[in-house]
Design a protein around this ligand. Sequence first.
Ligand SMILES: Cc1cc2nc3c(=O)[nH]c(=O)nc-3n(C[C@H](O)[C@H](O)[C@H](O)COP(=O)(O)OP(=O)(O)OC[C@H]3O[C@@H](n4cnc5c(N)ncnc54)[C@H](O)[C@@H]3O)c2cc1C
Length: 428
Amino acid sequence: MREQLDYPASYYAASANVAPLRPALAGTEQCDVCIVGAGYTGLSAAIALAEAGFKVIVLEAARVGFGASGRNGGQIINSYSRDLDVIERRHGRDQAAAMGALAFEGGRIIRERVAKYGIACDLKSGNLFAALTAKQLDELAEKKALWERYGHTGLRLIGTAELPSYIGSKRYVGALLDEWGGHIHPLNLTLGEAAAFESLGGQIFEQSAVTRIDPGTPAAVHTAKGLVRAEFVIVAGNAYLGDLVPALAEKSLPCGTQIIATEPLTETAAAELLPQDHCVEDCNYMLDYYRLSADRRLLYGGGTVYGARDSAAIEAQIRANLKKTFPQLADVRVDYAWTGNFLLTLSRLPQAGRIGSNIYYSQGCSGHGVTYSHLAGVMLAEAIRGQGQRFDVFAGLPHYAFPGGRLLRVPMLTLGAWYYGLRDRLGV
Ligand SMILES: Cc1cc2nc3c(=O)[nH]c(=O)nc-3n(C[C@H](O)[C@H](O)[C@H](O)COP(=O)(O)OP(=O)(O)OC[C@H]3O[C@@H](n4cnc5c(N)ncnc54)[C@H](O)[C@@H]3O)c2cc1C
């Protein structure tokens, strides 16, 4: 018998809103759209399709939000893992214009859904990109100008003198505030989205790993004990998909990143660290990201890891970074430490497309997917409804194989990460 997969021990699992245990799929079901994976991508598509009157079934291998969507830093960061200037250079002005028009929509979708369905997920506004060097601050000024060219009107550069009112750390020389960014309790957002989908008549089966998808019309989606026949399939398993769809596995790489949660801080201590309660990510390639939880814990993440790690190893690595940023927390107690997998692509841009005529996918936000995955879900739904123009903006992006193939891609990437980590340390 397959082992029951439950949430890994994390601050989020410990503070999750009450949610039902959904049954596993048994027997045969029929629907318009079957979605593989109950993370943000799958649930965002599920809500959009259910709102449009489609009969939708979501199959989840473990629990709703078991993957990155229930474990992440909770940071609502706009745009993409590779920004619009890179897209302009690599893919030309037309592609950049099309992606730029969508770069700030994911955050909007989250805020609208939270309001519409009354999702309790501690939504806060504002994220800060923090510069460790003068060069990084110049780059933030360029980012501001770039995003403003694409219509963003909620950005503000913060200089060294003003910084203590935003971040209580001496590590930085300045920051860029994005008022359209923000943060959430990621697992509670996922659970709320699942409930919203079910309130529209949608069905979710947990502990229902898809083992095979037979193409055709309808397609047949198999689990250990059941089968769903569906006119359309959406594959939204991202870094947890394994080899279910070999063509998707070949051109992407699951990577782990890790987070610790401190004990709850006093109101005074928390207000000293992050007086405006914004979330922060720094500008290093191997970046640190952190924010306060609703009960005033500091949630601090960073680093890229390959393979599982125990919580002591995670704490040791992240605590060292946390101490550099906030020496005043040198002795703080750490209550939780966990990892989760995101899906890296070589271009660091998402991969979306169709396999045959009725199997759709979106994956590979490369660690920067809270907003894009919500947008992707809406665009997947549009494409299935026959309005694929926005989806095709992403479907047209090339998918590259990693150099070294399956055998060498992890060592090659570790070497790459080491190189960029060295550049961060040298400030070049
Ligand atoms: C630790 C961590 C921190 C991060 N922090 C941030 C952040 O602060 N801001 C940001 O923008 N991004 C962040 N990210 C990235 C972001 O969380 C992801 O891009 C996003 O959640 C991806 O959503 P998803 O729905 O595509 O995938 P997932 O949330 O991973 O969901 C995929 C789901 O599919 C299920 N599944 C897989 N295979 C099958 C199968 N065969 N059958 C059935 N179900 C299957 C899995 O169990 C899983 O629940 C972080 C990621 C991690 C891991």
